[in-house]
Write a protein that binds this ligand. Structure first.
Ligand code: CU
Length: 550
């Protein structure tokens, strides 16, 4: 019988420190978004890192916040969906690069889609498709130890493999970056992004089977912004008053090189989560940004492998969230803090107009991420936001043709005795079990039996959160009966919008309603804690075209 992690720990089955030293706390009640999320502090890698750098000891606010370069178009090509038309063509090469993450450190070896980390930003328009040729020019040796016991990363495949996925893009399956469609050095993949979707903050990152956590950690990600007329008409801060903010954590050694922790087991170096102590914003440690006393728009992207951020400003001022993963909210939501899970995005407007001449920190709990220096010289520009942004039509539950209850659970593999995390009890290699019909609407109930908050991402689609509800995990485990506890809890105001990654809280059922629009074919859904996704917390699903009527 599969055992839970807690049972395993109780039976002392030789688990490494990666499992036992996580020092987590689970909130007993759920009064606020921050408290509802597992506190991700205290995890240690299985073996001590060599010559670790304690990043917090570095001088703060000595590097200006970098703004990622823009992706450059390399001409035009025939539109795959309509060869009579031409679409912009981009060629993006992945290379090993040296980047300076802090003034007082030597350069850091990383992998990039351009010259830095994050890679270049795609500026795209809704309805205007584009082609991207992703080219692998990486070395043949990986920066980090590859765990060959992980599914899809066996010793029979090359260590360095890549496949780019544009997170949140509605794309045909052959362009979605299916994890098994990886390619090696000297090869490339031409992908078509039709862009039939609303303005939002997407991002691209590596998705190669069994090593995506290592490839992203090396630096393979960047922003992919979709814009449209509705958004443009709102008069939101733009130009130099708008920028992506990628937040990601790493471990560095004293020479400034990236370190990825390992379990200490040579044949199985995988660790359950990585929480680095060096937190970077757009690729710098503790950067500063000179701002004018006015509104700014920041596209926040959590590009960490596992770390959640609990964002707030040091002067306790409020800010507005205007968009989530898949586009604008119906109205701005005033917040004092914001929880961002790996893979999630938040479109955020901060008004500095009342804070001339001050310095404001962007923080995550007690961690300092960056500093805003508000100019005292220029005259404040009072800003307002439109009262309404874009209508988000609520999908009625009655529109769903099917409800699937899907478990998120940890098991011990009966053969290897290794810990695996499974979606609905199924390994990656099992036959596809989720086959929604194209254009149908389904409710997915994510039953989280674990102690972790898992950010669950579905490719291809956008969806809405219906509610979350506690359930009795033990009763389900021992009697296979679903006993809910308390009433369903409605979404917070900033979760009432279009999402593609949802935080599935521990001990709760998270219910989402999903229109399967776009294209038939095979996609994946997975946890966006990348160490979990690598350890079987990823499954294919297949959108099935409706049968033709005779
Ligand atoms: Cu997870």
């Amino acid at each position: 019988m599969p055992l839970s992690r807690r049972q395993l720990l109780a039976r002392g089955l030789g688990l490494t420190a990666a499992w036992t030293a996580r020092g987590r706390a689970v909130a007993a009640s759920w009064p606020s978004a921050a408290a509802r999320t597992v506190l991700n502090v205290g995890m240690r890698p299985g073996v001590p890192l060599k010559s670790p750098l304690h990043a917090t000891s570095l001088a703060h606010f000595v590097d200006a916040l970098p703004i990622p370069e823009l992706a450059q178009q390399h001409g035009w090509r025939a539109d795959p969906s309509n060869p009579a038309q031409r679409v912009p063509y981009y060629r993006v090469a992945m290379r090993e690069v040296e980047v300076q993450v802090h003034r007082d450190l030597k350069s850091t070896r990383c992998w990039s889609y351009g010259t830095g980390v994050p890679g270049p930003t795609f500026e795209t328009r809704s309805g205007q498709g584009l082609l991207v040729e992703w080219v692998n020019l990486l070395p043949t040796r990986h920066l980090f130890p590859v765990d060959h016991s992980i599914c899809g990363a066996g010793a029979d495949v090359p260590d360095v493999r890549t496949i780019a996925h544009v997170h949140g893009a509605r794309v045909p399956p052959q362009s979605d970056g299916y994890p098994e469609h990886w390619f090696t050095r000297g090869k490339s993949a031409l992908c078509h992004y039709p862009n039939h979707q609303e303005a939002t903050t997407l991002w691209y990152h590596d998705h190669a089977m069994g090593i995506e956590r290592l490839n992203q950690y090396a630096g393979l990600f960047g922003a992919f912004l979709v814009r449209d007329q509705t958004e443009a008409a709102l008069g939101l801060p733009s130009g130099r008053y708008e920028m992506p903010l990628f937040i990601f954590d790493r471990f560095l050694d004293e020479s400034g090189q990236l370190q990825y922790p390992t379990s200490g087991i040579p044949d199985a170096p995988w660790v359950s989560e990585v929480y680095g102590d060096a937190m970077l914003v757009n690729g710098k440690l503790f950067p500063y940004l000179d701002v004018e006393p006015r509104q700014y728009r920041f596209r926040l992207i959590n590009a960490s492998n596992a770390r959640f951020y609990y964002l707030s400003l040091s002067n306790t001022q409020a800010f507005h969230q205007i968009g989530s993963d898949q586009g604008l909210l119906s109205a701005p939501v005033l917040l004092k803090d914001l929880v961002l899970a790996p893979g999630e995005r938040a479109d955020m407007v901060i008004d500095f107009s009342l804070h001339s001449g001050t310095e404001i920190l962007l923080k995550s709990q007690s961690f300092v991420l960056m500093q805003f220096r508000v100019s005292g010289k220029s005259a404040p520009v009072a800003g307002t936001l439109p009262a309404s942004l874009r209508p988000v039509e609520k999908i009625p539950r009655s529109a769903a043709v099917k409800t699937r209850a899907l478990s998120l659970k940890e098991y011990m593999d009966p053969k290897t005795h290794a810990m695996v995390m499974l979606l609905n009890g199924a390994y990656w290699r099992y036959p596809v079990s989720e086959k929604p019909a194209l254009d149908s609407i389904e409710i997915w109930e994510l039953l989280n039996f674990t102690e972790d908050n898992h950010p669950i991402h579905l490719h291809l689609v956008r969806f809405q959160l219906l509610d979350r509800q506690h359930f009795d995990v033990e009763t389900f485990n021992f009697q296979h009966q679903l006993r809910t506890l308390g009433a369903p809890i409605p979404p917070d105001a900033n979760e009432v919008g279009w999402k593609d990654t949802i935080q599935a809280y521990p001990g709760m059922i998270t219910r989402i309603i999903v229109p399967f629009r776009g294209y038939p074919g095979r996609y994946v859904w997975h946890c966006h804690v990348l160490e979990h996704a690598a350890n079987e917390m990823m499954r294919p699903f297949e959108v099935v075209a409706a049968p033709r009527r005779a």
